[in-house]
Ligand binder design. Sequence first.
Ligand code: FAD
Length: 452
Amino acid sequence: MSEVVRMKLVEAVGSQNVVMETEAIAKLSKDYYWYSPVLEKELSKKQADYVIIPESVESLKKALQVAVDEKLPVTVRGAGTGNYGQAIPMTGGVVVDLSKLNKVLEVGEGFTRVQAGMRMRDLEKQIEATNQELTIYPSTFVKATIGGFVSGGSGGVGSVTWGNLWDDNVLEAKVLTMEEEVREIVVLKEELLDYIHSYGTTGIITEITIPIKPKNRWTQELISFDDLKDALQFTRSIAEGTEWRKRLVTVVEAPIPTFFRPLKKIMKEVAKTNHLVLIEIAEEDRKKMIELAEKSGGCIVHSVEAERYRKGIGISDFTWNHTTLWALKNDKSWTYLQNFFSLEDIHNQIDNIKNRYGDEVLIHVEWLRDRGKLVPAGLPLIKFQSYERLYEIIDFFNEIGATVNDPHTYLLGAGGWNLQLESIAKKKRDNDPYALLNQEKLPVYELVKERL
Ligand code: FAD
């Protein structure tokens, strides 16, 4: 840490935007990496030397120029809710918190252009005034920024209809490079693939344009099932049928519902033995959906009318990686995996897993579309015993074709998602010739191939 560098950063962004307190610097050097006992061990001591929170793109640009001139590592941060240590500065340097770049710049018919630090829930509130809504967002949308989602996330609520980030859910981005002279570029179409889920290794996104859609009136349903196969069959029909307007279709195996403390009164004793389906569906499709649920062996546990949407806790607060959070609140030894089950073989695959691991693995499925294909995506809970056991479970999932995207690595690409790593590495060489951005996250390609 150098006083001269700190003064240069102060000059760039203003003294009020340079974090001085050691505790705050430590906090802003962390994300939700501790979901993984593997990452917890590897990353807990990493810390930035400087943290800045620029208020304008101009001051951000000046600060990045200081970093280039001084050859300081730079790690960008949205809200720090990523689970893979993506936002953790491996080699110190500057953490650039973009949470003050949070303006909506334009809302048109079918699109919105926003600054990267905009929180997704705040964004949806603002576009609601035009009777439109987001296509996809993570279950952390109250805190998560659009820049962090695009750079470090994958999909979430809405993905059952609109797919993941790679499915035309990002239209355009403005990016600052870390070349000798920091430069702003505009990125469109296929070139966006070098920035989506690239952990900010190829540039700093300052502005993003995303598609938005006509607003629906969403109702929320909790449905319990005695039989997990019935729950999966029923949810597949809802997820697959294009006639259903839906935003979220989730299945969690018993006793996961017992971890959902706020639902304790609603779920009662049934939580211990019954599997739970969580659905967000358009008001006009609700009655038909309930009929189908009951015919399929389901029992409606709780309904939330459209008027109550976004008022208080919502059912998405129990889905995606929030499911893991509730498990961890209950017992710290839970962790998780991410995998894709096979649409045609999911029942067999789950039987194989349950026969081998019993309640050491609890099933959690999020239905989504990925590049047009319907996928039962798993976020199973794993009772952590050891690194070796975790990787034995991962190997078993892979052997039976329930392919794992490993969430216990901070290495870009080793976590899956079919990233075009060679192209990303090339873009990094062009945009960040001194390799200052998010150091150690983009591995040499050969190493990733080995891990895959
Ligand atoms: P951060 O964690 O701050 O950053 C993520 C990555 O992007 C980092 O590598 C960072 O360096 C980089 N970055 C941030 N901003 C920029 C920028 N402007 N330019 C370049 N690089 C940048 N993820 C999902 O995809 N779907 C889910 O449903 C989901 N559910 C979750 C539930 C829980 C309880 C938790 C803890 C996490 C969940 N996540 C989920 C992971 C995470 O919350 C999301 O991906 C979220 O969108 C990240 O946003 P953030 O602002 O916190 O990003």
